[in-house]
Design a protein around this ligand. Structure first.
Ligand code: C5P
Length: 237
Protein backbone atom coordinates (compact mmCIF):
# COMPACT_ATOMS: atom_id res chain seq x y z
CA UNK A 1 0.00 0.00 0.00
CA UNK A 2 1.40 3.41 -0.94
CA UNK A 3 0.97 6.88 0.49
CA UNK A 4 -0.77 9.20 -1.99
CA UNK A 5 -2.22 12.74 -1.75
CA UNK A 6 -2.32 14.77 1.46
CA UNK A 7 -6.04 14.98 2.34
CA UNK A 8 -5.91 17.00 5.53
CA UNK A 9 -3.43 18.67 7.82
CA UNK A 10 -4.57 19.15 11.41
CA UNK A 11 -2.77 20.61 14.40
CA UNK A 12 -0.93 17.37 15.26
CA UNK A 13 -1.61 14.99 12.36
CA UNK A 14 -1.51 14.73 8.59
CA UNK A 15 -3.89 12.40 6.76
CA UNK A 16 -2.97 10.88 3.40
CA UNK A 17 -5.01 8.89 0.91
CA UNK A 18 -3.51 5.46 0.19
CA UNK A 19 -3.79 3.29 -2.90
CA UNK A 20 -6.73 1.60 -1.17
CA UNK A 21 -9.86 3.75 -1.46
CA UNK A 22 -11.11 3.17 2.11
CA UNK A 23 -7.75 3.27 3.88
CA UNK A 24 -6.08 6.46 5.15
CA UNK A 25 -2.56 6.88 6.46
CA UNK A 26 -2.32 9.07 9.56
CA UNK A 27 1.05 10.65 10.33
CA UNK A 28 1.59 11.96 13.85
CA UNK A 29 3.61 15.17 13.91
CA UNK A 30 6.12 16.53 16.42
CA UNK A 31 3.89 19.44 17.23
CA UNK A 32 1.94 20.64 20.26
CA UNK A 33 -0.77 23.28 20.16
CA UNK A 34 -3.09 24.78 22.75
CA UNK A 35 -5.61 27.61 23.01
CA UNK A 36 -7.08 26.77 19.59
CA UNK A 37 -3.66 27.02 17.94
CA UNK A 38 -2.56 30.31 19.56
CA UNK A 39 0.21 28.45 21.43
CA UNK A 40 2.27 26.20 19.15
CA UNK A 41 5.64 24.44 19.50
CA UNK A 42 7.67 21.72 17.84
CA UNK A 43 8.34 18.91 20.33
CA UNK A 44 10.79 16.27 19.16
CA UNK A 45 9.51 12.71 19.67
CA UNK A 46 5.92 13.64 20.51
CA UNK A 47 4.51 12.25 17.25
CA UNK A 48 6.07 8.82 17.81
CA UNK A 49 4.89 8.68 21.44
CA UNK A 50 1.30 9.61 20.60
CA UNK A 51 1.21 7.20 17.67
CA UNK A 52 2.37 4.39 19.96
CA UNK A 53 0.08 5.33 22.87
CA UNK A 54 -2.99 5.73 20.63
CA UNK A 55 -2.28 2.42 18.89
CA UNK A 56 -2.05 0.55 22.21
CA UNK A 57 -5.21 2.23 23.52
CA UNK A 58 -7.22 1.46 20.38
CA UNK A 59 -6.00 -2.17 20.53
CA UNK A 60 -7.13 -2.37 24.14
CA UNK A 61 -10.52 -0.91 23.24
CA UNK A 62 -10.92 -3.35 20.33
CA UNK A 63 -10.31 -6.24 22.74
CA UNK A 64 -13.19 -4.85 24.81
CA UNK A 65 -15.51 -4.66 21.80
CA UNK A 66 -15.24 -0.93 21.02
CA UNK A 67 -15.36 -0.41 17.22
CA UNK A 68 -12.81 2.11 15.90
CA UNK A 69 -11.19 3.33 12.70
CA UNK A 70 -7.78 1.93 13.75
CA UNK A 71 -6.27 -0.74 11.49
CA UNK A 72 -2.60 -0.95 12.51
CA UNK A 73 0.55 1.00 13.26
CA UNK A 74 2.98 0.84 10.31
CA UNK A 75 5.94 2.95 11.49
CA UNK A 76 7.09 5.02 14.44
CA UNK A 77 4.88 7.94 13.43
CA UNK A 78 2.34 6.39 11.06
CA UNK A 79 -0.77 4.25 11.32
CA UNK A 80 -3.42 3.01 8.90
CA UNK A 81 -7.03 3.88 9.64
CA UNK A 82 -10.39 3.27 7.97
CA UNK A 83 -11.87 6.17 6.03
CA UNK A 84 -14.82 7.73 7.88
CA UNK A 85 -16.74 11.01 7.69
CA UNK A 86 -15.87 12.74 10.93
CA UNK A 87 -18.96 14.00 12.77
CA UNK A 88 -18.05 17.58 13.76
CA UNK A 89 -18.37 17.05 17.50
CA UNK A 90 -15.79 16.87 20.24
CA UNK A 91 -17.28 14.36 22.64
CA UNK A 92 -15.99 14.90 26.17
CA UNK A 93 -16.47 12.48 29.07
CA UNK A 94 -15.76 13.69 32.59
CA UNK A 95 -15.30 11.68 35.78
CA UNK A 96 -13.80 14.47 37.88
CA UNK A 97 -14.22 18.25 37.62
CA UNK A 98 -11.32 19.94 35.80
CA UNK A 99 -10.50 22.33 32.97
CA UNK A 100 -13.36 24.18 31.30
CA UNK A 101 -15.97 22.42 33.48
CA UNK A 102 -14.37 23.75 36.66
CA UNK A 103 -13.88 27.21 35.19
CA UNK A 104 -17.41 27.59 33.78
CA UNK A 105 -19.27 26.14 36.75
CA UNK A 106 -16.98 27.30 39.57
CA UNK A 107 -16.26 23.77 40.82
CA UNK A 108 -12.83 23.06 42.27
CA UNK A 109 -10.56 20.93 40.07
CA UNK A 110 -10.35 17.41 41.45
CA UNK A 111 -13.95 17.28 42.74
CA UNK A 112 -15.32 13.84 41.79
CA UNK A 113 -18.59 13.85 39.81
CA UNK A 114 -21.31 11.52 41.11
CA UNK A 115 -21.54 9.87 37.66
CA UNK A 116 -19.62 10.21 34.39
CA UNK A 117 -21.08 12.90 32.13
CA UNK A 118 -20.91 13.29 28.35
CA UNK A 119 -20.68 16.74 26.76
CA UNK A 120 -20.69 17.81 23.11
CA UNK A 121 -18.69 20.67 21.61
CA UNK A 122 -19.24 21.78 18.01
CA UNK A 123 -15.94 21.30 16.16
CA UNK A 124 -15.44 24.66 14.52
CA UNK A 125 -12.16 26.56 14.94
CA UNK A 126 -13.69 29.87 13.82
CA UNK A 127 -16.32 29.60 16.59
CA UNK A 128 -13.78 28.26 19.13
CA UNK A 129 -15.52 24.86 19.47
CA UNK A 130 -18.61 26.01 21.44
CA UNK A 131 -20.51 23.81 23.89
CA UNK A 132 -23.62 22.44 22.14
CA UNK A 133 -26.61 20.51 23.50
CA UNK A 134 -28.48 17.53 22.02
CA UNK A 135 -31.25 19.67 20.50
CA UNK A 136 -28.72 21.98 18.87
CA UNK A 137 -26.97 18.90 17.44
CA UNK A 138 -30.34 17.80 16.00
CA UNK A 139 -31.44 21.18 14.67
CA UNK A 140 -28.08 21.68 12.92
CA UNK A 141 -28.44 18.13 11.49
CA UNK A 142 -25.01 17.18 12.84
CA UNK A 143 -26.34 13.80 13.97
CA UNK A 144 -29.69 12.04 14.35
CA UNK A 145 -31.27 11.21 17.72
CA UNK A 146 -30.33 7.55 17.25
CA UNK A 147 -26.73 8.55 16.48
CA UNK A 148 -26.60 10.83 19.54
CA UNK A 149 -27.63 7.86 21.71
CA UNK A 150 -25.02 5.63 20.01
CA UNK A 151 -22.27 8.23 20.42
CA UNK A 152 -23.04 8.67 24.14
CA UNK A 153 -23.08 4.91 24.71
CA UNK A 154 -19.76 4.55 22.84
CA UNK A 155 -18.19 7.39 24.85
CA UNK A 156 -19.30 5.84 28.16
CA UNK A 157 -18.03 2.42 27.11
CA UNK A 158 -14.62 3.92 26.25
CA UNK A 159 -14.67 5.56 29.68
CA UNK A 160 -15.51 2.33 31.47
CA UNK A 161 -12.68 0.40 29.78
CA UNK A 162 -10.03 3.12 30.03
CA UNK A 163 -10.88 4.20 33.58
CA UNK A 164 -10.30 0.67 34.88
CA UNK A 165 -7.21 0.09 32.73
CA UNK A 166 -5.54 3.38 33.70
CA UNK A 167 -6.33 2.76 37.35
CA UNK A 168 -4.34 -0.49 37.11
CA UNK A 169 -1.43 1.72 35.94
CA UNK A 170 -1.89 4.04 38.94
CA UNK A 171 -3.43 6.68 36.70
CA UNK A 172 -6.75 8.40 37.36
CA UNK A 173 -8.73 9.19 34.19
CA UNK A 174 -10.12 12.64 34.97
CA UNK A 175 -11.67 13.38 31.56
CA UNK A 176 -11.03 12.90 27.84
CA UNK A 177 -12.18 13.87 24.38
CA UNK A 178 -13.04 11.52 21.54
CA UNK A 179 -14.17 12.01 17.99
CA UNK A 180 -16.44 9.69 16.03
CA UNK A 181 -17.04 9.08 12.35
CA UNK A 182 -19.58 7.47 10.03
CA UNK A 183 -18.59 4.71 7.66
CA UNK A 184 -20.10 4.41 4.17
CA UNK A 185 -22.71 2.00 5.53
CA UNK A 186 -23.70 4.51 8.24
CA UNK A 187 -22.22 2.82 11.28
CA UNK A 188 -20.49 4.91 13.95
CA UNK A 189 -16.82 4.28 14.74
CA UNK A 190 -14.49 5.76 17.32
CA UNK A 191 -11.96 7.88 15.35
CA UNK A 192 -9.07 10.36 15.75
CA UNK A 193 -6.72 9.61 18.67
CA UNK A 194 -6.73 8.95 22.40
CA UNK A 195 -3.49 10.05 24.01
CA UNK A 196 -2.18 12.36 26.73
CA UNK A 197 -3.03 15.16 24.25
CA UNK A 198 -6.73 14.34 24.53
CA UNK A 199 -7.06 13.03 28.11
CA UNK A 200 -6.48 14.39 31.59
CA UNK A 201 -4.46 11.77 33.42
CA UNK A 202 -3.40 12.24 37.04
CA UNK A 203 -1.01 10.07 38.99
CA UNK A 204 -3.16 8.31 41.60
CA UNK A 205 -0.71 8.95 44.45
CA UNK A 206 0.79 12.38 43.71
CA UNK A 207 -2.03 13.83 41.53
CA UNK A 208 0.74 14.99 39.15
CA UNK A 209 -0.47 15.84 35.65
CA UNK A 210 0.53 13.15 33.12
CA UNK A 211 -1.01 14.92 30.13
CA UNK A 212 -1.07 17.99 27.91
CA UNK A 213 -1.95 20.31 30.81
CA UNK A 214 1.85 20.27 31.36
CA UNK A 215 2.11 22.16 28.07
CA UNK A 216 -1.13 24.16 28.29
CA UNK A 217 -0.25 25.44 31.77
CA UNK A 218 3.53 25.76 31.27
CA UNK A 219 4.25 23.22 34.03
CA UNK A 220 7.45 21.84 32.47
CA UNK A 221 8.67 19.47 29.78
CA UNK A 222 5.99 17.30 28.19
CA UNK A 223 8.35 14.62 26.79
CA UNK A 224 9.33 12.80 30.05
CA UNK A 225 5.69 12.89 31.16
CA UNK A 226 4.35 11.28 27.95
CA UNK A 227 7.25 8.77 28.15
CA UNK A 228 6.12 7.84 31.64
CA UNK A 229 2.55 7.19 30.45
CA UNK A 230 3.91 5.04 27.61
CA UNK A 231 6.22 3.16 30.00
CA UNK A 232 3.31 2.29 32.32
CA UNK A 233 1.14 1.14 29.38
CA UNK A 234 3.93 -0.96 27.84
CA UNK A 235 4.80 -2.57 31.19
CA UNK A 236 1.18 -3.68 31.44
CA UNK A 237 1.03 -5.38 28.01
O1 C5P B 1 -10.81 21.96 28.27
P1 C5P B 1 -11.78 20.94 28.75
O2 C5P B 1 -11.86 20.80 30.23
O3 C5P B 1 -13.17 21.12 28.15
O4 C5P B 1 -11.24 19.54 28.18
C1 C5P B 1 -11.87 18.32 28.49
C2 C5P B 1 -11.05 17.17 27.92
O5 C5P B 1 -11.06 17.19 26.51
C3 C5P B 1 -9.57 17.23 28.32
O6 C5P B 1 -9.11 15.91 28.57
C4 C5P B 1 -8.86 17.78 27.09
O7 C5P B 1 -7.56 17.25 26.95
C5 C5P B 1 -9.76 17.28 25.97
N1 C5P B 1 -9.81 18.22 24.83
C6 C5P B 1 -9.18 17.89 23.63
N2 C5P B 1 -9.23 18.75 22.57
C7 C5P B 1 -9.90 19.91 22.66
C8 C5P B 1 -10.54 20.27 23.86
C9 C5P B 1 -10.48 19.39 24.95
O8 C5P B 1 -8.60 16.81 23.52
N3 C5P B 1 -9.93 20.72 21.60
Amino acid sequence: MEKKDLLYQGKAKKLYQTTEEDVILAEYMDQATALNGQKKDAILGKGAMNNQITSLIFDKLAQSGVPSHFIRKISKTEQLIKKVDIIPLEVVVRNVAAGSFSKRLGIKEGTPLSFPIVEFYFKDDALNDPFINDQQVLVLAIATQAEIEQIKALALKVNEVLKAWFLSLDIQLIDFKIEVGRTKDGSILLADEISPDTCRLWDVHTHAHLDKDIYRRDLGDLVPVYKEVLRRIENNQ
